[in-house]
Design a protein around this ligand. Structure first.
Ligand code: ATP
Ligand code: MG
Length: 226
């Protein structure tokens, strides 16, 4: 539960994301998806509720367990792309060998050529990819992507979809918010639908389409959130 000026923005939101799976958080503008992510990652203090990892209830230090790639990517203006990775590696004390994984992540997103470019000189999509690479490198077991496809070119979107499936394959739990129903359908094992701060539906994309698959996920979303 999170209130702003006394008004609840997130109230009665419940979901779980098993390790090795991807959960899509869907909901109209203002439903509370970003607020939920900020609370989960420890950037906002919730006014109530429980955030747990396995059997363990997480406190304010949960950023080490749950990492957020925010909607608007802010890089450090005076650090190069590579220095963002270095910064993360030092902050979370990554063992040697991270350099290869870091370089591979940059290559994956076509950032190899800009590895020595300062944050302030990067395009929006490049900043976003830099943050994705740095956050993934940090290795938290739970990753939150807030609207991750917005602003990425088609190739980067495809790379990110594959990366997200790889991360789940490694046993991480991934939560992403999206307005792109096709993304949710292609990528997510389960989706959770929010409206006005509440969880109002959830299940495998196939289940939401109806037992006989009589409606598209988009139609289901529009009906459920009407
Ligand atoms: N810092 C804030 N101060 C006051 N109200 C806020 C603040 N942040 C969010 N809200 C309110 O909380 C509600 C949920 O907002 P939130 O950004 O979480 O929605 P969202 O589901 O991420 O929407 P979108 O799809 O547009 O990104 C909205 O009513 C919004 O106006
Ligand atoms: Mg949002």
């Amino acid at each position: 539960m999170k209130r702003f000026d006394g008004r609840p923005a997130v109230d009665d939101v419940t979901f779980d994301v098993p390790a090795g799976s991807v959960l899509g958080l869907l909901g109209p503008n203002g439903a509370g998806k970003t607020t939920t992510f900020l609370c989960l990652s420890g950037l906002l203090r919730p006014d109530g509720g429980t955030i747990a990892f396995g059997e363990r209830t997480l406190g304010p230090e949960r950023g080490r367990t749950i990492s957020l790639i925010p909607e608007t990517p802010e890089c450090f203006p005076m650090l190069t792309v590579w220095e963002h990775l270095l910064f993360v590696a030092r902050s979370v004390d990554l063992p040697n060998g991270w350099q290869q994984r870091g370089a591979a992540l940059l290559e994956r997103f076509g950032l190899g050529e800009v590895r020595d470019v300062l944050g302030r000189s990067l395009s929006k999509g490049m900043r976003q990819k830099t943050l994705i690479a740095a956050t993934v490198l940090a290795g938290a077991p739970v990753l939150l992507f807030d609207e991750p496809m917005i602003g990425l070119d088609p190739r980067a979107q495809r790379e990110l979809r594959e990366l997200i499936r790889t991360l789940a394959g490694e046993g991480r739990a991934v939560l992403l918010s999206t307005h792109q129903i096709e993304t949710a359908e292609a990528l997510c094992d389960r989706v959770s639908i929010m409206k006005a701060g509440r969880t109002i539906a959830g299940g495998a994309p196939g289940d939401l389409r109806g037992a006989a698959g009589e409606r598209s996920l988009e139609e289901a979303f529009l009906e459920i959130t009407a």
